[in-house]
Ligand binder design. Structure first.
Ligand SMILES: N[C@@H](CCC(=O)N[C@@H](CS)C(=O)NCC(=O)O)C(=O)O
Length: 204
């Protein structure tokens, strides 16, 4: 299986870590994201959204969207389970995961898309108010996670799940590329970050 990726991109990294947890081998193909390779007719044939990650199976079938790819990998290799064992746990993990995608990811995304790196690349006309709003909501979400992690070791409960992978990748991206590193005072969040960053799937 081929994974279309790009070194600093957080979404393909989610898939890479997810696959490593499952001991599944993916052949990584790095695309020229900044040079527009994901917008070529050839790549749009793999994913009409023109985004990575894309998982290409040996028969040429392409799966886009991080969560769809991870669900496919979970079906191929059910253990270790990362999406939930039973109806209730699956629902609770899904809820936490959606909060992270729809609240944290979208806030970081707004700060990124309207920030200096994307502007310098001439890709989007930045809107400063949107950048500030995204940054403010990101910081608010960091505080919320810090509060939640006072009562448990992982984001969706007492064990590592897909929600932790999604959060780790976005938080690292935000710190490295969007000038949105969580404050040092968020000690529960940083303890969680250290805990998950030490996993073999993350250290590589
Ligand atoms: N909802 C998609 C988002 C994918 C996404 O935004 N990927 C970024 C890289 S991390 C990308 O390809 N950006 C290029 C673009 O938006 O043109 C997913 O979860 O896979």
């Amino acid at each position: 299986m081929k994974l279309y990726s790009f070194p600093s991109a957080p979404n393909p990294r989610r898939v890479t870590i997810f696959a490593a947890e499952k001991n599944l081998r993916l052949d990584v193909v790095n695309v020229d994201l900044r040079g527009g390779e994901t917008k070529t007719p050839e790549f749009l044939g793999k994913n009409p959204s023109g985004k990575i990650p894309v998982l290409e199976l040996d028969d040429g079938t392409c799966i886009s969207e991080t969560v769809a790819i991870c669900r496919y990998l979970e079906s191929l290799a059910p253990e270790p389970n990362l999406f939930g064992h039973d109806p209730l746990e699956t629902a609770l993990i899904e809820a936490h995961h959606r909060h992270i995608e729809f609240e944290l990811h979208s806030s970081i995304g707004a700060a990124w898309v309207n920030g200096p790196i994307v502007a310098a690349a001439g890709l989007v006309e930045p809107i400063e108010a949107q950048r500030l709003r995204g940054a403010g909501l990101t910081r608010k979400y960091y505080q919320r996670m810090n509060d939640e992690l006072a009562a448990r070791d992982y984001l969706a409960g007492d064990r590592f799940t897909v929600a932790d992978i999604s959060c780790l990748c976005m938080m690292d991206f935000a710190a490295a590329m969007v000038d949105l590193k969580p404050d040092d005072g968020l000690t529960n969040l940083w303890a969680w970050h250290t805990r998950v960053s030490q996993r073999p799937s993350v250290t590589g």
